[in-house]
Design a protein around this ligand. Structure first.
Ligand SMILES: C[S@@+](CC[C@H](N)C(=O)[O-])C[C@H]1O[C@@H](n2cnc3c(N)ncnc32)[C@H](O)[C@@H]1O
Length: 433
C-alpha cells in the first residue's frame, strides 16, 4: 500500500468490519482523522494505520480496500497525488461576458479547464451525465485556423501531457453522476497510456469500450508503415451497470435490406423466411407433435408451439412452398436495427470545410449523446474547440457546458452559435490562484 493512497469511509468500514455510522463516530470523536471533500470523507492510509495502532478496540484490519488498477500504474516524475488534486480549491470566480438567456447551463466558460472544472465542483458534483472530451493529443504542435489564426497549442508531450490529462480526469470523475459516462477521444500514439491513466482514475472495471474511429480516407504514404486512418475513443462509466444506456441501434441501409429481406409481399412489404423447426427432437412435448398434417423433420422440433404456428398461419405469416414446406415470414419493418459495434466510421471534414482545426464529426457526437444521456441531462465538454459537442447536445435537447481557453474557440463558438440561433451565455473564469 502506498502512503499516498486514501480510503473512503465505506472502505474503512469494510476493512474494520464495522458500519459506516461507527466510522462516522470515530471521525466525530476525532479518533480517526478524515478530510471532507464536498460531501464525503477521505482517510489517508497513514491516518488509517495510526488509528489502528492507537486504537486497541479496533481489530487488526484486513487491508483489502478496492484497488482500482490491475496492480500497476504509470510511473513518471511529478505525478501529483489524487488527494492533493481534489483538495486544493480555486480562488477565482466567473465573470459574465455576455448573457443571452436566464438558465445556468447552456454556457461557454472561457478559461483553463483545470481551474474551471474545480470551480464547477461547487455546483455540479455528481450532476453531469455525459462528458465527451477531445483533448490535444500531445503532438507537440501548434494548430492554426484556415485563415492562419492561432487556434490552440499542443505543446505538452509525454508524461507532462499524461499528467495534464490525469489531473483533469480526477475532477471530471467527481462531476459525473452515478449514471454518468465519459468518452475520451485520443490518437493511437498516446491513447494506450491514457487508457492506463483512465483505469487508475475510473477503475478498470468501469472501462466499457475502446472504440476505433475511422477518421479519414485510407492513406497512401511512402513511410514503411500501415496507413493510420483511425483514432480511438475510450469509453468509461462512473459505475458499471448503472450507466445510461439507451441501446440505440444502427438502422438498416437499403443495400442491407435488399440482402436480408429480398422478397416483397403485396400487403406486408419486404420480407425473408426462416425455418419453423430447429435441431433437437422433443420426446413428449407439444413441439414434437403433428401440425397441419406435418411432423417436424427427423432430429428436429417445431420452433413454436402448435397453437402459435396456427396463429401465425392465420395471420398469413407462414409461407408454404409448392411442395408444401412451411417457413415463417420475417418482415423488414419489424427489424429493430443492428447492435452498434466498436468500429465507427465518422470521418472529419477537411480544414477548408471546418470552422476549427481538429473539429470532430457531429454525427459521432450525436451517436454518443443519444446513447449515453437523456433529454435534459447535462453534457460537458471541457475541450470545446468549435463547440461541436455543445451544438449536438443542443439539437438533442440536452443541457450543456463547454469550456475552452482559446480565444479562437471563443470567437468561433460565438459566431457560429449566433448564426444558428443557439442561445449561449459566455462567462470567463478570472483566476486569483
Ligand atoms: C482537439 S481540440 C477540440 C476540438 C473539438 N472537439 C471540436 O470538435 O471542435 C482541443 C481543444 O482543447 C483546448 N484546450 C487545450 N488545453 C486547454 C485547457 N487547459 N483548458 C481549456 N481548453 C483547453 C484547445 O484550445 C482546443 O480548442
Amino acid at each position: 500500500m502506498r502512503n499516498t493512497d486514501f480510503l473512503t469511509l465505506e472502505e474503512v468500514a469494510e476493512n474494520l468490519k464495522v458500519t459506516r455510522q461507527t466510522v462516522s463516530k470515530y471521525i466525530q470523536n476525532s479518533d480517526l482523522n478524515a478530510i471532507k471533500i464536498n460531501k464525503s470523507y477521505r482517510i489517508t492510509v497513514d491516518d488509517f494505520k495510526s488509528f489502528i495502532s492507537e486504537n486497541s478496540t479496533a481489530s487488526e484490519p484486513q487491508i483489502k480496500y478496492l484497488r482500482k488498477t490491475r496492480n500497476c500504474l504509470l510511473s513518471y516524475e511529478d505525478k501529483i497525488d489524487e488527494f492533493e488534486i481534489l483538495n486544493t480549491y480555486p480562488k477565482g470566480d466567473f465573470q459574465v461576458i455576455e448573457q443571452n438567456h436566464g438558465d445556468k447551463e447552456n454556457v461557454f466558460l472561457f478559461g483553463d479547464n483545470y481551474f474551471v472544472l474545480k470551480k464547477l465542483l461547487e455546483d455540479y458534483t455528481g450532476k453531469i451525465d455525459l462528458i465527451y472530451i477531445d483533448p490535444p493529443f500531445g503532438t507537440g504542435q501548434d494548430f492554426n485556423s484556415l485563415d492562419n489564426q492561432a487556434a490552440y497549442s499542443d505543446k505538452l508531450i509525454n508524461s507532462e501531457f499524461l499528467e495534464f490529462i490525469r489531473k483533469r480526469l480526477f475532477i471530471l470523475r467527481e462531476l459525473l453522476s452515478d449514471e454518468g459516462s465519459i468518452y475520451l477521444h485520443i490518437d493511437k500514439k498516446i491513447g494506450h497510456y491514457v487508457k492506463i491513466i483512465m483505469d487508475e482514475v475510473f477503475g478498470f472495471n468501469n472501462f466499457i469500450n475502446d472504440i476505433t474511429r475511422i477518421k479519414c480516407n485510407p492513406k497512401n504514404f511512402s513511410r514503411s508503415a500501415y496507413g493510420n486512418y483511425s483514432d480511438m475513443v475510450l469509453y468509461y462509466v462512473k459505475n458499471r451497470d448503472k450507466q445510461i444506456w439507451n441501446d440505440i441501434r444502427e438502422t438498416m441501409s437499403i443495400e442491407k435490406r435488399k440482402e436480408l429481406f429480398p422478397k416483397n409481399h403485396p400487403q406486408l412489404g419486404f420480407y425473408t423466411t426462416n425455418p419453423i423447426h430447429a435441431p433437437g427432437e422433443t420426446k413428449d412435448g407439444d413441439t414434437g407433435l403433428e401440425w397441419n398434417g406435418l411432423y417436424p423433420p427427423k432430429g428436429r422440433h417445431w420452433r413454436y408451439s402448435r397453437k402459435v404456428l396456427t396463429e401465425l398461419d392465420n395471420k398469413g405469416l407462414i409461407e408454404w412452398s409448392n411442395t408444401g414446406n412451411p417457413r415463417k415470414i420475417v418482415l423488414a419493418k419489424n427489424h429493430k436495427g443492428f447492435k452498434i459495434q466498436d468500429v465507427w466510421e465518422y470521418k472529419d471534414k477537411g480544414l477548408s470545410f471546418a470552422s476549427y482545426p481538429t473539429q470532430k464529426n457531429e454525427q459521432l457526437l450525436k451517436r454518443i449523446i443519444t446513447n449515453s444521456s437523456y433529454t435534459n441531462s447535462i453534457v460537458l465538454d471541457c475541450f470545446a474547440g468549435s463547440g461541436s459537442t455543445l451544438k449536438a447536445a443542443n439539437e438533442l435537447n440536452r443541457r450543456w457546458i463547454g469550456i475552452d481557453n482559446s480565444t479562437h474557440s471563443y470567437n468561433v463558438i460565438k459566431k457560429n452559435f449566433e448564426k444558428e440561433s443557439i442561445k449561449c451565455n459566455f462567462l470567463e473564469y478570472i483566476s486569483r490562484d
